[in-house]
Design a protein around this ligand. Structure first.
Ligand code: ADP
Ligand code: MG
Ligand code: ZN
Length: 483
């Protein structure tokens, strides 16, 4: 393409606190509409907001996880606008036009993404600020009306704003995945886009080359999956390139992604900051975080994906690729660690989790913790293969049984009599039988068609119901064929 792409993302993450940002109302998804409300979150005159300390702590955790600076004198501001989902007529946030009161809790962080070519790229985080959510309008329940649910009013959010450092839709996708991972590892957000716990606005513009000044940006809103964001960006980039080719200018605007038609659609011209008449929130004082508290939060941060990945390579000796797959999802990594607690063969454990376990989990769209068997049982299965009790092939069958009824692998092996046959007498009997039935092949083998060994092994394994020890089979077969 003849243009250089610039992308910056604004991600809203709903904090998984028990209660709202400025009142004691519960935060809960799917509750009866308009039941989780009070005069404060409805913005009744005369009420006063009271900040949720847990939410502030969560925001600081995210800031620290991304190496941000924490502002110990952060402020609250009021962003004024009218919309039917906002009974208060304003939103308490931490943005502002003026540096005197534009004091978000976190600034100047960064996050590293791993590109497909194996290189790493650092994406700057301009800021992470806190704010309260608006309510929800429901347009599709009745034909002629729009309904309003205030339950979401006042739900705590952080907005994570990236620098305009992303250069391709793919980079945007990788950035979002990384961000989601960190939020999940910190356990401060359920990070589910379909439920709206994670929302993303994507800004994109084109310019002549990497040294040219930035072009006008278009802001894409309302996308409900990372894949849609990637697609919407691709489509918008194509459109902007076409307009620029024609010598037109790109208007600053807000658009939404029409999934069905696969196009971006203009919704309104973009408002400027001064349209919101930001001013310092008169009902709240500065946040005033003290350094000791920040140090405490830092010390208590859970292990993050990157550190965990490194530890898996060093401690478990598994390849970096395995470590990346296993740590990409926190529950999966916790499952894997518990498999490892009962088996010495960390690589075999990794193969089972990355292979069979993730396959099943994906097919059924469930969590690893919904499986009928425990990670310890999977560890036992790995050990049964390791000590030669069962073959890898039999293990697959045992695994299927574990999936179906959660029985212990040792029990399944016993009940079904699946133990490997290592008795050479018994194996000899199978071999003699197979050779007798396949005289032609024996002749061919002796005439030089040594590739037939695999065929004989297969026949013996089949005759034994997969239970003959493969090493023994190979050995004894060779003795017979070559002797
Ligand atoms: P607003 O609230 O007006 O959207 P923000 O400062 O919250 O403004 O967000 C601006 C976002 O747009 C940031 O993520 C930033 O990186 C990105 N951005 C700014 N300029 C450009 C540009 N020319 N092209 C693409 N992205 C941009
Ligand atoms: Mg924006
Ligand atoms: Zn309330």
């Amino acid at each position: 393409m003849a243009y250089s792409v610039v992308i910056g993302l604004e991600v809203h993450a709903q904090l998984s606190t028990n209660t709202k940002m400025f009142c004691g109302c519960k935060v809960e998804f799917g509750a009866e509409p308009n039941t989780l409300v009070c005069p404060v979150c409805l913005g009744m005159p005369g009420t006063l907001p009271m900040p949720n300390a847990k939410a502030v702590e969560y925001a600081i955790m995210m800031g620290l996880a991304c190496d941000s600076r924490i502002d110990t004198k952060a402020m609250w501001t009021r962003k004024n606008y009218f919309y039917p989902d906002l009974p208060k007529g304003y939103q308490i946030t931490q943005q502002g036009e003026n540096a005197l009161y534009d004091r978000p809790i976190c600034t100047k962080g960064h996050l590293d993404i791993d590109l497909d070519d194996g290189t790493r790229k650092r994406i700057g985080l301009t800021r992470i600020h806190m704010e309260e959510d608006a309510g929800k309008l429901i347009h599709d329940l009745t034909v002629s009306d729009s309904l309003f649910d205030a339950n979401r009013c006042g739900t705590p959010l952080i907005e994570i704003v990236s620098d305009p450092d992303l250069r391709t839709p793919r980079e945007a996708y990788l950035y979002l995945e990384k961000l989601k991972q960190i939020l999940e590892y910190l356990e401060i957000c359920d990070a589910n886009m379909e439920r709206g716990n994670l929302r993303c606005d994507a800004n994109v513009s084109l310019r002549k080359d990497e040294f040219a000044p930035f072009g006008n940006r278009v802001e894409l809103k309302n996308m409900n999956s990372f894949h849609n964001i990637e697609k919407a960006l691709e489509s918008e980039i194509e459109l902007q390139a076409m307009l620029l080719d024609r010598g037109e200018t790109i208007p600053k605007q807000t658009k939404r992604w029409d999934v069905a038609r696969g196009v971006t659609v203009a919704t309104r011209t973009k408002e400027e900051a001064h349209d919101y008449r930001y001013f310092p929130e008169p009902d709240l004082v500065r946040i005033n975080v003290d350094w000791k508290h920040i140090e405490e939060v830092k010390a208590a941060l859970p292990e993050l994906p990157e550190a965990r990945r490194k530890r898996y390579v060093e401690e478990y000796g598994i390849p970096p690729y395995d470590a990346a797959v296993l740590t990409s999802d926190k529950p999966v990594s916790q499952f894997y660690e518990r498999v490892c607690a009962v088996t010495k063969d960390k690589k075999a454990a990794s193969n089972w989790v990355m292979g069979e376990v993730l396959r099943v989990v994906k097919e059924r769209t469930i969590s690893v913790w919904d499986l009928k068997f425990t990670p310890e049982q999977l560890g036992d299965l790995v050990n049964l293969i390791g000590d030669g009790t069962i073959s890898g092939k039999i293990a697959k069958a045992v695994f299927e049984d574990m999936l179906a009824d959660g029985k212990a692998p040792g029990q399944i092996v016993k009940d079904k009599n699946l133990v490997v046959i290592n008795d050479s007498g018994a194996i000899e009997a199978y071999i003699r039988d197979v050779l007798e039935k396949n005289q032609d092949s024996v002749v061919a083998y002796k005439a030089g068609k040594v590739k037939l060994l695999g065929f004989f092994v297969g026949q013996v394994m089949k005759a034994s119901g997969g239970k003959a020890g493969p090493d023994q089979v190979n050995q004894i077969l060779k003795k017979h064929l070559e002797g």
